[in-house]
Design a protein around this ligand. Structure first.
Ligand SMILES: NC(=O)C1=CN([C@@H]2O[C@H](COP(=O)(O)OP(=O)(O)OC[C@H]3O[C@@H](n4cnc5c(N)ncnc54)[C@H](OP(=O)(O)O)[C@@H]3O)[C@@H](O)[C@H]2O)C=CC1
Ligand SMILES: CC(=O)C(=O)O
Ligand SMILES: [Mg+2]
Length: 424
């Protein structure tokens, strides 16, 4: 098992030196009078007027094309709940760091004190001149569905709610690999999904797109199983209601092939794990505390493939494996949106990368001697430098093939080379 960190260490890490985790760095020299005349007045007026005459030149003369907004209102921060926009800021800064180090994308994290979805959309929509893309983050369901849909319709830059689609993409790649290792097929498996929020609904929908039968998914929210008789069900939950209102988490877990947790920490037990079908898989993805600990789940049975959302255990099923590369590919072809084809391209690129030999640098970063496709390695490691050149081109290609790209990549080898240089 990997190194544990303490509360004190985490607080000290964030407070030490310049507080927080991110800063703005100029890209041009500002050492001489001439430099200042270029960077500010009078030189800056020239690009202003070029952009005034041709709005697209904003991509040529400003940082817009490589700048993503990570935007939250703090209503569903990790599994910590509605802790407010300020309290969500460390997460948004963290996403900014990951965008930068994994895909060389610059980020402004924007925490907005607004829960009303209509007003929230008005604020975000008004930011379009500044950004090349919008990563919505940690906004609770059901508001997040309206917000993402509305902004996608109203904005001409890629908008993605990462908790929905990033999570769905990564866990779908992990599911493809876990089922192959366990000798099971999408169309046969019974899946218990605990949680019916942003992440859970989107994950279950993508599993269905990959072949899982809707009737084989049993979904729970904080009030119990989603069933036809409930009158408190939102539109998004409705598609996952079942006829049987008697399911409890305990009974649903009996004989289940897969458990997907996108809810709260510590809600399933070793006994429930023991009751699952032979060769099961558990993706306990609640952060920071999974639905069951890695130790308890793996102690319950030996034929289990176990994944969590955390960095300190094998099989980290976490959207960090997706958002930097999905946005990199989308930005590089100036995609108007992120569509299903682009998401599926990312799923398959991630699933395939896991089957390739793991480079020495990854073993070194995780202080492990060997790693190969198997129960403890169903998804690439976040510190794998190959992710960028594998996933971003797949996404960019899918955008071009589906008519969403505003600029084309012609030389794919040169593009991959340039990606590798970005993260050096
Ligand atoms: N590993 C990863 O990459 C990711 C992990 N997550 C994790 O998933 C979890 C949910 O995030 P998100 O979807 O954004 O949040 P939401 O607030 O949108 O959804 C939370 C869902 O969990 C349900 N829930 C809460 N408590 C329970 C319970 N005891 N049993 C069953 N369901 C419960 C809620 O029920 P109700 O609808 O009744 O309120 C709701 O449907 C968080 O822990 C988050 O950290 C999220 C994104 C990525
Ligand atoms: C990983 C993530 O986005 C979350 O837990 O909300
Ligand atoms: Mg999140």
């Amino acid at each position: 098992m990997q190194q544990k960190i303490t509360r004190e260490q985490a607080l000290e890490y964030h407070a030490q030196g310049r507080p927080g985790k991110i800063q703005v760095v100029p890209t041009k020299q500002t050492k001489t009078q001439r430099d200042l005349s270029m960077a500010y007045s009078p030189g800056v007026a020239e690009p202003c007027m070029e952009i005034h005459h041709n709005k697209d030149d904003v991509y040529k003369y400003t940082a817009k094309g490589n700048l993503v907004a990570v935007i939250s209102n703090g209503t569903a921060v990790l599994g910590l709940g509605d802790i407010g926009p300020e309290a969500g800021k460390p997460v948004m800064e963290g996403k900014g760091v990951l965008f930068k180090v994994f895909a060389d994308i610059d980020v402004f994290d924007i925490e907005i004190d607004e829960k009303d979805p209509v007003k929230f959309c008005e604020i975000v929509r008004s930011l379009e001149p500044t950004f090349g893309g919008i990563n919505l983050e940690d906004i609770k369901a059901p508001e997040c569905f309206y917000i993402e849909q509305t902004l996608k319709e109203q904005m001409n830059i890629p908008v993605m709610h990462d908790d929905q689609h990033g999570t769905a993409i990564i866990s779908a790649a992990a599911l493809i690999n876990a089922l192959e290792l366990q000798g099971k097929r999408m169309e046969d498996v019974r899946i218990v999904v605990n949680g019916a929020g942003a992440a859970a609904i989107s994950c279950a929908s993508l599993y269905i797109a990959l072949g899982v039968r809707g009737e084989n998914i049993i979904m729970f929210d904080s009030k119990g199983v989603l069933h036809h008789g409930r009158t408190d069900i939102t539109t998004e939950k409705k598609q996952f209601t079942c006829a049987d209102n008697h399911w409890t988490l305990e009974t649903a877990m009996q004989g289940a092939d897969v458990f997907v947790g996108l809810s709260k920490g510590n809600v399933i037990t070793g006994d429930m794990v023991r009751g699952m079908a032979a060769n099961p898989a558990i993706f306990a993805m609640a952060n920071p505390t999974p639905e069951i600990s890695y130790e308890e789940a793996t102690a319950a049975r030996a034929d289990l493939i176990m994944a969590t959302g955390r960095s300190d255990y094998p099989n980290q099923v976490n959207n960090v494996l997706g958002f930097p590369y999905i946005f990199r590919g989308a930005l590089d072809v100036r995609a108007k949106h992120i569509n299903e084809e682009m998401k599926l391209a990312a799923v398959h690129a991630l699933a395939e990368l896991t089957r390739l030999p793991v480079p020495e640098s990854v073993l070194h970063a995780y202080a492990i001697k060997e790693l190969a496709f198997g129960p403890d390695y169903i998804i690439p490691k976040p510190l794998d430098p190959r992710l960028l050149a594998k996933v971003a081109p797949a996404v960019a290609k899918a955008a071009m093939e589906t008519g969403l790209a505003r600029i084309a990549i012609e030389d794919w080898a040169a593009y991959e080379d340039s990606l590798n240089k970005r993260i050096g």
